[in-house]
Design a binder for this molecule. Structure first.
Ligand SMILES: N[C@@H](CCC(=O)N[C@@H](CS)C(=O)NCC(=O)O)C(=O)O
Length: 212
């Protein structure tokens, strides 16, 4: 399988983790976002949305990280990214979407570029926007975990799922923007547990070939 990815892209990072957890051999095809390679016609032929990640499974092209992870879970053996029980599956999807639909889109590269340009913000203004949505989103994640009480070493018990594939990259991003994550101990405990696993460590941004 070929994964079109950018080392700092958290949506790509989610899929890298899932590929590693499931023990799938994959090749990295870097798409440089700061150089705008994702909006070039060459890449738009792969994913017309002009977003990473995209997955090429023997010529079949897939986009959207959560859809890709669910696809991998359905066609590949290995640990399940989504549990067998429908109620638990909804829990894993809800936590994943809390990150992928409520937090990540507000802090995506094109959004940050747009608010900077349109509202004439300096870097501190952009960072304030970023940190605001991180604080609100992480408070929701923490409340979700404490309310549901289904977590253990991972978001659902002691088995890593798609939810952990979403949590870890979002923490990496928040740390990059120097957000205060002390108010979210349940989230950070799961992060620390995940980072004990090779699949998460190998997927992290600085371990990617395009990070050099
Ligand atoms: N919902 C999409 C989000 C994909 C996405 O926004 N990727 C970012 C990198 S993390 C991207 O390509 N951004 C380019 C841009 O904002 O211009 C997914 O989960 O795959």
């Amino acid at each position: 399988m070929k994964l079109y990815t950018f080392f700092r892209s958290s949506a790509s990072f989610r899929v890298r983790i899932a590929l590693n957890l499931k023990g799938i051999a994959w090749e990295s095809v870097p798409v440089n976002l700061p150089k705008s390679e994702h909006v070039e016609a060459r890449f738009k032929a792969i994913n017309p949305q002009g977003l990473v990640p995209a997955l090429d499974d023997s010529g079949r092209l897939l986009s959207q990280s959560l859809a890709i992870i669910e696809y991998l879970d359905e066609v590949c053996p290995g640990p399940k990214m989504l549990p067998g029980d429908a109620f638990e599956r909804a829990y894993v999807r809800a936590f994943s979407q809390l990150i992928a639909c409520e937090i990540h889109p507000l802090n995506n590269l094109r959004v940050l570029k747009y608010i900077k340009r349109t509202y004439k913000l300096d870097d501190e203004g952009v960072n304030a926007w970023y940190r605001h949505w991180i604080a609100e989103g992480f408070a929701s994640m923490e409340a979700f975990l404490l309310n549901e009480r289904k977590h253990g070493r991972h978001v659902l018990g002691d088995q890593a799922t798609m939810a952990d594939c979403c949590l870890v990259p979002q923490v990496f991003n928040a740390q990059r923007y120097e957000c205060d994550l002390k108010p979210y101990p349940a989230v950070m405990e799961i992060f620390d547990q995940c980072m004990q696993l090779d699949a998460f460590v190998a997927a992290q941004p600085m371990k990617q070939p395009d990070a050099a």
